[in-house]
Design a protein around this ligand. Structure first.
Ligand code: UDP
Ligand code: MG
Length: 326
């Protein structure tokens, strides 16, 4: 019987845990009935401190494992920890906070299993109701990030996706430490298909993303998938230099041939402060890229596993350095 691995990362979801457990039981029954698949649940505890792992462990039925990371590594990395342990034929990644409905989960699977020419089916959020400013910002971001590569990162597509095991294995080979999953899914390629959906409102707890987190995450995406900001920078520097040179020539001309005194210090100050500020900002941007290079060059594992609890029988981790318990 073919097997589906359900991957769900969680961080302090004690409030949602019970509901998630019953949802998964319903999902499992439905998956067996409709597609004839068995379900193995891989939950990744991304450093929870509210006892959610214990709640999941005492409530989950059937075949499951909970991979407990040694601390909080972030959702992107927690998903990787799940992908590393895939042993079945299909994979579905789903949040544990009840924002991903099982109906959509089933739909993703139905699309995947029903079409041999599709390897990945991802849920794409319907952003038509978000503010104009937000959607414009998102558009600029994706334009920027997609302007210099051979693959496109689709907007509003996240980790909620179903895929064949081969895709999961390909993605778990990508050991980026600063992970931008959307980009990695796109990089891996395969034949992908979208299903549009609206996420459920959060039933309990709160989103772990602050506005600052989002900005930092976007920067991560940009610096690991695009060199365009650097090129804009170079171009801007060049243009400024040419402009400055032209003004210099003009001033020289006026002094030599017309004897016009150079009106000094305000314009000088403006130029110095403007260029100085710009220099600092752009140096910071270059620093972001250097930081990516530095963190990727350190030979650290992407995450560390504290332990794995499982049922019905202990599951042996695969021989990968990252998945060995520290
Ligand atoms: N999550 C995680 N590690 C983190 C942050 C979040 O494993 O550092 C989990 C969280 O418990 C949830 C999923 O990732 O199951 C999505 O997180 P969240 O709801 O905060 O993100 P959003 O839905 O707002 O994108
Ligand atoms: Mg959520």
């Amino acid at each position: 019987m073919a097997r589906l691995d359900l991957i769900s990362p969680f961080l302090n979801e004690a409030q949602a845990a019970q509901a998630f457990i019953s949802l998964v039981a319903k999902f499992e029954a439905e998956v067996g009935r409709r597609f004839g698949l068995t379900v193995h649940k891989i939950l990744v505890d991304d450093g929870s401190t509210d006892g959610s792992a214990e709640i999941f462990a005492s409530g989950l039925t059937g075949s499951w494992e909970i991979v407990r990371l040694s601390r909080n590594f972030g959702k992107e990395v927690a998903v990787l920890a799940g992908l590393d342990r895939v042993g079945g034929d299909y994979v579905l990644i789903m949040d544990a906070d009840l924002q991903h409905s099982i109906e959509i989960g089933l739909k993703l699977l139905a699309e995947l299993l029903g079409d041999p020419n599709v390897d990945v089916v991802y849920a794409k959020t319907d952003r038509s109701d978000s503010s104009w400013r937000r959607s414009q910002l998102a558009r600029v971001f994706y334009r920027l990030i997609n302007s210099s590569q051979r693959f496109d990162i689709p907007a509003n597509a996240g980790d909620f996706r179903a895929m064949r095991a081969a895709v999961a294995h390909a993605i778990s080979k990508l050991r980026d430490k600063r992970r931008f999953n959307k980009g990695l899914y796109a990089w891996a390629g395969f034949r992908q298909k979208a299903v549009v959906y609206s996420p459920e409102p959060r039933a309990a707890g709160s989103s772990k993303w602050s506005r600052l987190d989002l900005i930092a995450f976007s920067l991560e995406g940009l610096t690991s998938f695009s060199a365009v900001p650097l090129r804009i920078l170079t171009l801007f520097g060049l243009l400024t230099a040419i402009g400055g040179g032209a003004v210099g020539v003009k001033v020289l001309f006026e002094v030599l041939f017309y004897g016009i005194a150079v009106p000094g210090y305000p314009s000088l100050l403006v130029a110095v402060v403007f260029l100085g500020g710009l220099n600092l900002a752009l140096l910071g941007l270059v620093g972001e890229y250097v930081w990516v290079a530095v963190s990727e060059s350190k030979d650290r594992p992407v995450y560390v596993v504290r332990d794995v609890i499982s049922a019905p029988e202990p599951v042996k981790p695969k021989a990968r350095p990252e998945t060995s318990s520290a």
